[in-house]
Design a protein around this ligand. Structure first.
Ligand code: GLU
Length: 321
């Protein structure tokens, strides 16, 4: 099948970015923002504002079991405290279920989905070669071609299925603004979880398109999701944004910054006598946007911002920097 090989590749490198690269920050209200999350938000804001684009805020609150009351309000207050502003009302994913359901139905009508009855444990046990997405997260295709009888057998267990997309192992190529050329193979990822909730991959794609996002700026830990999202955009005929994955802030142990690394939120920093302006100063210095000891305003950072001069490596958190 000569044609097959060509069809199995998606090359996004030639796509023309939108004129106005509207940006966004999309926190999940599951825990307070730490200096790493705040730095990603700051960068997303700087990318958008420095090109005269809109900056939108979206609360990703679909995973109801992990959402914690009051966190969203504190996250928004913390973003404002470091000087960020945004356009229009805050969008909440929990209020957009209809849109996700309609999109899932569209994919289903086009024959692009299938039910999957596997447990997480079964997927992990069956997962094979690691490619980008960790081996444990890669779906090996167990339920892709079930016979009617096999499906009936699984349905009889009463366990509701998740819905997966038929990705056909397509490779996706894209050019990240900071990381450069990237490619990854897509697996049959979940678009509706077995508890009925739309999956992160689906909701992000639907919302970025609906909100007119031209440039997705987010942490480098999400880069392995991007091929899946580009594929979904393609299957849905949606415009594909530009992607910019920014370096993370790590704890002293080299792992992604987290609560266990100490005083890492604005509330924690306040307890050690540091205000939001000083935290902004740390972020600015860590990004090469300020001199040692300097505490610049957000307007100064905007005037100095140059994507080409951003560090490409993660920063290790240290309160003394
Ligand atoms: N809600 C995701 C998170 O907090 C971010 C999703 C995205 O930026 O695409 O990690």
């Amino acid at each position: 099948m000569q044609h097959g090989a060509a069809r199995d590749k998606i090359d996004h490198r030639a796509s023309v970015p939108r004129n106005r690269p509207d940006g966004r920050f999309a926190p999940s209200p599951t825990g307070l923002l730490h200096v790493g999350n705040l730095r990603t938000a700051l960068l997303a804001w700087l990318f958008a504002r420095s090109s005269g684009a809109r900056f939108l805020l979206r609360v990703e609150d679909l995973d109801r079991s992990r959402v914690r009351p009051g966190i969203e309000e504190t996250q928004l207050a913390d973003l404002q405290a470091i000087g960020l502003d945004w356009d229009g009302p805050v969008v909440r994913q929990s209020e957009r279920m209809k849109l996700y359901e309609e999109t899932i139905a569209r994919l289903d009508v086009d024959g692009l989905l299938y039910p999957c009855y596997c447990t997480r444990k079964e997927i992990r046990a069956a997962a094979s070669a690691p490619h980008g997405i960790s081996a444990a997260d890669r779906y090996p295709g167990t339920c892709r071609n079930l016979t009617k009888a096999e499906r009936a057998e699984r349905e009889a267990t009463g366990r509701p299925p998740a819905l997966r997309v038929r990705a056909k192992g397509r490779r996706v190529f894209f050019e990240d603004r900071l990381l450069g050329h990237h490619e990854g193979e897509t697996d049959d990822f979940v678009v509706r979880r077995n508890d009925g909730a739309p999956a992160y991959q689906l909701a992000v794609v639907v919302d970025d398109a609906a909100q007119g996002i031209g440039e997705v700026v987010r942490g480098a830990d999400l880069v392995d999701s991007t091929p899946r999202q580009i594929l979904l955009n393609r299957l849905l005929g949606l415009p594909i944004p530009r992607y910019t994955h920014v370096p993370l802030v790590l704890g002293p142990d080299g792992h992604r910054l987290a609560k266990r690394h100490g005083a890492v939120t604005l509330a924690d920093r306040a307890l050690v006598g540091e205000g939001p302006g000083e935290v902004l100063g740390w972020m600015a210095r860590s990004l090469g946007l300020a001199e040692p000891g300097e505490v610049p305003s957000i307007a100064t950072l905007l005037s100095r911002f140059d994507p080409k001069r951003l560090p490409r490596e993660p920063t290790v958190w240290s309160a003394e920097t």
